[in-house]
Design a protein around this ligand. Sequence first.
Ligand code: FES
Length: 137
Amino acid sequence: MPGRDLTRRGALGAVGVTCGAAVLGACGSNAPATPAVPPGIKGKVIAKTADIPVGGGKVFDDWKLVVTQPSAGVFKAYTATCPHAGCAVGRVRDGVIECPCHGSQFAIDSGKCVAGPAEAPLVAFPLKVQNDGIVVG
Ligand code: FES
């Protein structure tokens, strides 16, 4: 399956900026338009559940999609497009999805922004598990 395994842990750089609520008092003010499920994958198995590590996730670059498993058996799918300036999120570690461009971080269980400069969350896509397959859309 395509995608990058994003479970490795490393030194987490200092996070100097929190999301809009703490810094700007306007969390969500840069909310993105709701992206559509990437074409070609709606209703198809895109990964096996075993491909998504518990407490981590995987970014699917081709589909601009990130799938996480915040706790055993719970899966989430989000757009991989950062709401700050549109970069692709780069990796998942320590319970957050990280954007490499300016350091925004998003919770793997909700997509909520936990460190800015982004203020809005990652938009979630509907996801279901069919047998051992992950289906988005
Ligand atoms: S584009 Fe993601 S933090 Fe700026």
